[in-house]
Design a protein around this ligand. Structure first.
Ligand code: ZN
Ligand code: MN
Length: 467
């Protein structure tokens, strides 16, 4: 049987966190009250004229540079026409054949070698408003009683990034997106939270036989709102296409939704041709001509990018930990601990687990390291509290380390005996095979000691007595 190769290109939309919208001065911010951040421009009143947001243009250039793109000396805004209730002008202002950034390449580090994803373009456009379908089970238009439109999102700035079909597995797609997301976050241009729709990705998927030249028909996969859904969606679509070709069928170009629950794809609508949008240059906006000194300033200001740091960090903590630390934004916590003498593996572990939701103050580095190095000698409660406190104010290591665990067997043994004597039913059940009850006995001893007993010693005592 033939070996099949998935061919995947991604289209990513990123909401920029500029203070104002793309073409008007309405706030670009989350509002609980619908339709409170609108004006004649973003509601498309007759005669209202767009004024481009300079910050949004600069941030798009910044992202383009981080993606290794060429910056166009002259870019144009186009009108992209399609009728939809959440698009009051009847067109979206977007970019077409003269986008701001073209021809980039983004290198994704891998433990089995880096892979490179070509960037076709990164352009700037405005978002549509938000349609909320009410009364249906799925939140989609099918089955809904009526629909509301919230124009607060209408006209907010979006960057659209289009990759070349250089991605050859669901896992590669996930890793590319994770690194892209972290890069965007570190550039400070978007929070890029997928669950909030600030980063949305569609995948163009086709398959071909290993060694085959050219591409077969592709489908477009939409409606995926997490990295794992994207990976699973691509896998499901690849399976479907391979099965189709293998029985002599034909893959049809179409747009598909990935259904998480059933792990299947369902058709949405026939793919429009680009011509259907009747693109033409926006007559109300002049061309954008980024000044050379602006581009050079932005290039000089680029921080060291996550991809580069992963490669360096991998030497210290191994590739997987390096990727996790960098793409979860926990890297600086591990660095703080290492800086004050903790070893990399422990620092990486603590940064990604106990400190995952905590951002310690830098001045607490030395105290944290002292506490972590002696964590087996203090109670779990004191340890947990010290992590939480490290984000709030100065941490006193000595005070924390005074919360000793009781590891003395002569002190713990009578307690263990009493707990076992008080629970004859559970003891019988344990001896009858319910090994899970060990946790119950440990819990009882911990309760007796207000959490001060050393769980390791308690475990050993219990096992001896129950064995
Ligand atoms: Zn407005
Ligand atoms: Mn778009």
């Amino acid at each position: 049987m033939a070996e099949w190769e998935p061919v995947v290109g991604l289209e990513i939309h990123v909401q920029l966190k500029t203070r104002t919208k793309m073409f008007c001065r309405c706030a670009n911010a989350y509002a609980t009250e619908p339709n409170t951040q609108t004006c004649p421009v973003c509601l498309a009143f007759p005669g209202a004229l767009p004024t481009p947001n300079e910050t949004a243009i600069e941030w798009t250039l910044k992202l383009g540079l981080a993606l290794g793109c060429e910056i166009a000396p002259r870019a144009l805004f186009h009108r992209k026409h399609y009728p939809y209730p959440d698009l009051p002008k009847g067109y979206q202002i977007s970019q077409y054949d003269e986008p701001l950034c073209v021809n980039g390449s983004f290198v994704v580090p891998g433990d089995d070698g880096d892979f490179e994803v070509g960037i076709v373009r990164a352009h700037l456009e405005e978002d549509a408003a938000k349609t909320i379908h009410v009364g249906g089970a799925t939140g989609r238009i099918v089955g809904a009683a009526h629909s509301n439109i919230d124009f607060n999102r209408g006209g907010t700035p979006l960057v659209e990034i289009v990759t070349r079909p250089d991605i050859h597995s669901a896992e590669q797609a996930r890793r590319f997106l994770q690194l892209l997301r972290q890069t965007i976050v570190e550039l400070g241009i978007s929070d890029a939270e997928m669950e909030k729709g600030q980063l949305r990705a569609d995948a163009n998927v086709s398959v071909r036989e290993q060694g085959e030249a050219g591409y077969r028909t592709r489908t477009e996969l939409k409606n995926m709102n997490s990295f794992s859904h994207i990976a699973r969606g691509i896998d499901a679509e690849v399976r479907r296409q391979v099965a189709t070709w293998e029985v002599g069928g034909e893959v049809v170009q179409q747009t598909l939704d990935y259904e998480v629950k059933s792990d299947t794809v369902t058709p949405r609508r026939r793919k429009e041709e680009a011509d259907d949008y009747r693109y033409f240059p926006e007559p109300d906006l002049v061309p954008v001509e980024p000044a050379a000194e602006v581009i050079e300033r932005l290039r000089a200001d680029l921080p060291e990018l996550p991809g580069t740091r992963i490669r360096v960090l991998a030497a210290d903590v191994g590739f997987d930990h390096a990727v996790d630390l960098v793409t979860t934004g926990n890297e600086h916590k591990a660095r703080l601990l290492v800086e004050h003498g903790l070893d990399w593996p422990t620092a990486a572990n603590v940064a990604m687990n106990q400190l995952a939701a905590i951002d310690p103050l830098p001045e607490n580095g030395p105290a944290l390291v002292a506490i972590i190095e002696q964590r087996d000698a203090i109670t779990r409660e004191a340890l947990t509290a010290s992590f939480a406190d490290s984000a709030v104010g100065p941490l006193d290591a000595d005070a924390v380390l005074a919360h000793h665990v009781v590891a003395d067997t002569s002190e713990l043994e009578p307690l263990v005996d009493r707990v076992l004597a008080d629970s004859p039913g559970q003891v019988a059940a344990f001896r009858g095979g319910k090994q899970g009850l060990l946790g119950y006995f440990v819990g009882q001893v911990m309760k007796e000691t207000q959490g001060k007993a050393d769980p390791k010693v308690v475990n050993e005592l219990l096992r001896t007595k129950l064995g």
